[in-house]
Design a protein around this ligand. Structure first.
Ligand code: MLT
Length: 324
């Protein structure tokens, strides 16, 4: 049994040490876990902000891709990491949908993490291999209804953004396609470009270049309004599928128990990155935009996650789609 005075002194020493480390933070390289393969949309967003945050923080932020299980493997790795500010997670809407999709998650999305802030909300586009037959979205929906069991729909695993959009598409069309899961839509895009799969619903951060180059076919966006980048591309809403409206918001998290001063320091750095004209331009060229500073905060991300878990739970339960 430790002497009470010794235990008290130790507690004070540990508190002071923690405060000191928060004050000096960061003093070494930081890891930002992206829970999908390199070269995909999440990876693109992460590398864009990590580069600018590194400059502001004075320490390198190294992106580590940990794919699998729709992003929940990577998220679980960060949930178990030391809460010292040197392991971050950049994850998107999948943080909210996996709370319902995975009934045996290795972590509780609402208690296993602390919050840095929202990063960007990325539109999605329904795309297909470049020789896919239908000429427009109305023809696409009719064709998919007619041939569903012969068509492959690529996604990045249950819990991914592409899975969510695919689920909404199949639910709206009452059609069950053959789903083909990947560890990210980076590798999924490679197969779509090669004609190995037929259809995918993916973020503009991963489809813009291919749409512009004509190497895939774009049918409709999942936005309320048409995209400035693709003014001739209809929205699914205007073409009769209002249920296919979803924006893929992204947030940065730290393991629960990270010092609030560290989360705040990271939030300030994120806000500076998002205000960088180079980031705004790069995101605009990819069909998206930075979140405003007031959203790049711990409180905003915490509120968003709670609201989105509540929003998607009934939608997922009505679809009856679960990972386990
Ligand atoms: C990715 O980064 O590969 C995508 O976010 C996967 C997905 O969520 O569809």
């Amino acid at each position: 049994m430790a002497h009470p005075k010794l235990a008290a002194a130790l507690a004070v020493a540990l508190t002071l040490a923690g405060a000191a480390s928060a004050q000096d933070y960061p003093t070494r390289q930081i890891t930002m876990v992206v829970p999908f393969s390199a070269g995909g949309p999440t990876d693109t967003v992460a590398r864009l902000v990590a580069e600018r945050m590194s400059g502001d923080l004075g320490q390198q932020i190294v992106v580590e891709n940990v794919g699998g299980a729709g992003g929940t493997l990577g998220a679980g790795q960060v949930a178990k990491a030391a809460p010292d500010g040197y392991t971050l997670l950049l994850q998107h809407i999948g943080m909210a949908t996996s709370a319902t999709l995975y009934r045996k998650l290795a972590y509780d999305p609402l208690t296993a993490f602390d919050y840095v802030g929202l990063v960007t909300e990325v539109p999605m586009v329904v795309v297909a291999r470049k020789d896919f037959e239908p000429a427009d979205f109305k023809g696409f929906t009719a064709y998919v209804k007619e041939n569903a069991d012969k068509l492959t729909l690529a996604n990045a695993g249950i819990g991914s953004a592409s899975h969510l959009c695919g689920m909404l598409l199949m639910q709206a069309l009452q059609a069950q396609l053959v789903t083909v899961p990947y560890k990210g839509t980076g590798p999924a895009m490679t197969d779509l470009l090669g004609g190995q799969t037929d259809i995918m619903c993916d973020q503009t951060t991963n489809t813009t270049q291919q749409i512009k180059g004509g190497t895939i076919k774009a049918y409709a966006t999942t936005t309320a309004e048409r995209l400035p980048l693709f003014p001739d591309l209809p929205t699914a809403t205007e073409d009769g599928l209002p249920a296919l409206q979803v924006g893929i918001w992204h947030g940065i998290y730290t393991p629960a128990g990270t010092a609030p001063e560290i989360n705040e320091r990271l939030s300030q750095s994120l806000q500076k990155a998002l205000a960088d004209p180079g980031v705004t331009k790069a995101m605009a060229d990819l069909g998206t935009a930075p979140e405003p500073a007031e959203n790049a905060t711990p409180a905003a991300l915490k509120a968003k996650l709670g609201a989105e878990i509540a929003r998607w739970q009934p939608v997922i339960e009505s679809a009856g789609v679960y990972a386990d």
